[in-house]
Design a binder for this molecule. Structure first.
Ligand code: FAD
Length: 557
């Protein structure tokens, strides 16, 4: 088990790397302000017409200035023009480039982004304007960041990605309320149906892209995955909170985890503790949730599709950890295909200990450990909750971003060295890691580690590194659909696997426009947060603008 002392040592050892990382990394603080929205501007609906004029003025000016930028191309010329990215962009249809460019130009305006939701709800009440706004959003933001309104609509986009050797993590867009407020049971049934139908769609596509005969060489994987958010699958997420508290109380009584930061590590007996420590209504909800997850996992197994269970707020995690642990033990057995991918957040102080424990636990209990490693999206709400509950001591999240980076990079090094050890010893690995990040230095670190451990090498005089067939199913990189395509293209241009097996997966959400507006607002806010930095909306706009100019203006570089 790795103590926080060890993390500190890791921090010191990684200082040089981090210095480099801090100098060069893209400032993409996406999830940290997730769902924390500015209050809607009151003025839109009624008397403050001047706000409207200002908004139009500001937004219009930005768009006009952006159009000017598109054709003068001066601003942003310092943003790297990567050859691998340029090659990939040259195959993108012009219409897609333009709609993406407009979406990112819009995201480059803080005024427009802050007003986006209230602006849309205002416009949607005005008959003709509402259809114009709807068409505009569908062709720009929606088309850029989402797969479609239904699973069939996502198929052409999934196929287009696959042509570029990119897999997909498809997910119905469930944006659960952060306050855990209850939802209609019919909504939960609908959401469950969406997950099941995503699995069917991905199953059909998997059979076309990567038939089962080929999965033997990739650890059973075909890179057609489906995303699951547990809080979206039960009417009252508060049952998760109560169950999690019951687990923590029981662990305390058993003297477990006294040296592990909140919310501890998964142990045998957690699920039973959750059920015995809550009231009947919560118990009923938890049992029903478990049945739903079983149903989803069974369907996924039948379709040979992997399900990725998202990590959420720490106060729900003990129950989510316990269910994920159970599903991994049941559906990731050593002699069959693996179906369940857990998610671990490196911004939690517990993470280095969690990862060490999970590798050991999978070894001892004999199942495959599949996990997606993220930094974590709920930093602000984690801190607020900790304070509100009057808890003492440091909160669950590392105090600085440098500690989070060190924790994330520890995960990369720990997992890749364990994969290499297993490949060397047994000829294959029982661990599979998905690096879900938009952070370029972490991505580069992982690629360097693959080479250092002999899991990837330059074959012949090929430009790209080739991942060994034993390791191909053990590592994937993931980014959100429509975002950080430059990083995606750099990865696919740097490292490949035999037969075009995808090493990068794009997380693609879908859903009706009205359901997806909060998701779009979140993406817009994330992009806005890095407006002044490298990466985010400004860089994406420059990147697409450069390609549009190349096509429209002869002899432009
Ligand atoms: C494919 C995909 C799947 C995802 N799935 C999940 C999921 O299941 N659960 C989830 O929680 N998130 C998920 N995320 C979001 C993710 O956790 C991050 O919020 C987002 O990707 C930005 O992180 P990054 O690695 O790109 O990091 P960077 O942009 O390098 O860093 C930003 C992150 O650093 C951390 N951070 C920032 N400031 C501080 C500070 N002062 N102290 C400590 N830490 C700090 C935060 O985690 C913040 O999100 C997913 C992201 C992707 C791309």
């Amino acid at each position: 088990m790795m103590s926080s002392m060890l993390v500190r040592r890791q921090l010191l050892q990684g200082r040089a790397l981090r210095r480099w990382a801090l100098q060069s990394r893209y400032r993409f603080h996406s999830g940290s302000n997730a769902k924390v929205r500015e209050p809607p501007l009151k003025g839109w609906n009624s008397s403050k017409a001047s706000n409207k004029v200002l908004a139009y003025g500001a937004g219009g000016t930005v768009l006009a200035a952006s159009f000017a930028l598109l054709f003068t191309g001066r601003k942003g010329s310092d943003i790297e023009d990567d050859a691998r990215d340029r090659r990939a962009l040259s195959g993108v249809p012009l219409t897609k480039l333009i709609s993406g460019w407009v979406a990112f130009a819009f995201c480059s305006s803080p005024t427009w982004v802050d007003m986006s939701e209230s602006l849309y709800s205002g416009i949607s009440k005005i008959p003709i304007l509402s259809s114009i706004a709807h068409a505009f959003i569908m062709r720009t933001f929606f088309n850029q960041f989402l797969g479609g309104e239904t699973t069939p609509e996502c198929i052409p986009k999934i196929e287009a990605l696959r042509q570029e050797e990119i897999g997909t993590l498809l997910g119905y867009n469930i944006e659960a309320e952060l306050d855990g407020s209850s939802k209609d049971t019919q909504l939960i049934r609908d959401q469950t149906e969406h997950v099941l139908s995503s699995i069917e769609t991905q199953g059909q596509l998997a059979r076309k892209f990567w038939p089962e005969s080929k999965t033997a060489g990739t650890g059973g994987d075909n890179r057609c995955w489906v995303r699951i958010k547990v809080t979206g699958l039960l009417p009252n997420p508060v049952a998760l909170y109560h169950g999690s508290n019951a687990i923590l109380d029981a662990r305390e009584k058993r003297g477990l985890d006294s040296d592990v930061p909140y919310p501890g590590l998964p142990h045998d007996g957690d699920w039973e503790a959750a059920l015995t420590g809550v009231h009947d209504k919560d118990r009923e909800e938890l049992n029903h949730l478990r049945e739903i997850l079983e149903k989803i996992a069974t369907k996924a197994r039948q379709n040979n599709v992997r399900i990725v269970i998202d990590a959420e707020q720490s106060w729900y995690q003990p129950v989510i950890d316990s269910l994920t642990d159970e599903l991994m033990q049941k559906y990731n057995s050593l002699d069959g295909p693996a179906t369940c991918i857990a998610s671990f957040q490196a911004y939690l102080r517990r993470y280095p200990q969690l990862l060490d424990q999970q590798i050991k636990r999978a070894d001892e209990k004999g199942y495959k450990l599949l996990f997606k490693q993220v930094r974590g999206a709920y930093m602000i709400t984690e801190a607020a909750r900790w304070k509100r509950e009057g808890r003492t001591g440091p909160g669950p999240v590392w105090s600085t971003i440098e500690e989070t980076h060190a924790s994330y990079n520890y995960g990369i090094q720990r997992a890749i060295s364990a994969i290499a050890e297993q490949v060397k010893r047994d000829g294959k690995s029982r661990i599979s890691m998905v690096l879900a990040t938009h952070n370029a230095p972490s991505t580069e670190l992982a690629i360097r580690m693959l080479e250092q451990h002999g899991l990837a090498r330059h074959a012949g005089d090929g430009e790209r590194l080739v991942l060994s067939s034993e390791a191909a199913g053990s590592l994937a990189f993931a980014q959100l659909y429509g975002m950080k395509d430059d990083l995606t293209n750099r990865v696919t241009g740097t490292v490949t696997a035999e037969g075009g097996f995808p090493l990068v997966v794009k997380s693609m959400s879908y859903g009706e426009l009205k359901e997806c507006l909060p998701f779009l607002a979140r993406r817009a806010t994330e992009n806005k947060a890095v407006l002044e930095g490298r990466g985010g909306a400004a860089a994406e706009r420059v990147r697409l603008g450069r390609e549009i100019r190349r096509r429209l203006i002869p002899f432009s570089s």
